[in-house]
Design a protein around this ligand. Structure first.
Ligand code: SF4
Ligand code: SF4
Ligand code: SF4
Length: 253
């Protein structure tokens, strides 16, 4: 396996995911293919204990949460895939006492150097998005790598050099690209659909963006022309908007 050399100056690229909450059907294919690829890849192996028992636990870089949003006839089920957001000012990097957690200059990907990790778990406490996954078998922290061993892998066909989760999504709800390039497909998608970052008030500047789910019912204009789709869920941060909180936190309130 060959990783391409860095092709950009520091800060030139911000690689990340754009996830469409309007079209995600919660099938978990992204989570399963992530597990499948990464258990043999950069951070391998990813343990799984008691997978079909009463107390399953293991390392999953991508998890999908499902909940209800909206009220009455406007309510719907929303599926929320969750993985590392590759923050620009990543809390996990600043708290790491050994430098094991780091952010790559050339493409902005946040990684863990397992040789330097002492398993103290400070990064998992610091990450507000719950993106860190502790591997109790090897005693080190692991996380989404943005599939660096796919996206730069010259042994793969060019169209396959995308994260495993993106390649497998049957609803095309996951998109990968450079969010620092205003002309990239992902940047255009964010612009057109009002893509948003999660919990921007925390200041960690996550790179990934989420496209908000839209209402299914069209607002009817008197002529029936010019009907538009309004967002079902307001993703704007405010004290009462719990949508942007991870489901675990929502349920605990
Ligand atoms: S594979 Fe796509 S549709 Fe399925 S849960 Fe993941 S993001 Fe949603
Ligand atoms: S668990 Fe590892 S990566 Fe996380 S803060 Fe501790 S040493 Fe750093
Ligand atoms: S980018 Fe790769 S490691 Fe990250 S969630 Fe997707 S498949 Fe998993």
């Amino acid at each position: 396996m060959t990783l391409l050399p860095p092709r950009a100056k520091p800060g030139d690229r911000k690689l990340g995911l754009v996830i469409d909450l309007d079209t995600c059907v919660g099938c978990h294919a992204c989570a399963v293919n992530c597990k499948e690829w990464n258990t043999g890849g950069h951070s391998a192996p990813l343990p799984d204990h008691d997978p079909y028992g009463t107390d399953p636990n293991g390392v999953w870089f991508n998890r999908v949460h499902t909940f209800e949003a909206g009220k009455g006839t406007d309510s719907r089920t929303v599926h929320f895939p969750r993985s590392c957001l590759h923050c620009e000012d990543a809390a996990c990097v600043s708290v790491c006492p050994t430098g094991a957690s780091y952010k790559r200059d050339e493409d902005g990907i946040v990684l863990v150097n397992e040789d330097a990790c002492i398993g103290c778990k400070l990064c998992s406490w610091a990450c507000p998005y719950g993106a860190r996954e502790y591997d109790s078998d090897s005693g080190v922290m692991k996380k989404c790598t943005l599939c660096i061993d796919r996206i730069y892998n010259e042994n793969l066909e060019e169209e396959d050099r995308v994260p495993a989760c993106v390649s497998t999504c049957p609803a095309s709800a996951r998109h990968f690209g450079d969010l620092n390039d205003p002309e990239s497909d992902v940047s255009q998608l964010v612009k057109e659909r009002g893509g948003q970052e999660l919990m921007p008030e925390l200041g960690y500047k996550p790179v990934n963006r989420y496209l908000p789910p839209r209402a299914r019912k069209r607002e009817q204009s008197p002529s029936g022309v010019g009907a538009k789709l309004e967002p079902l869920v307001d993703l704007a941060p405010n004290r009462d908007n719990k949508f942007l909180r991870w489901v675990d936190r929502v349920l605990s309130r």
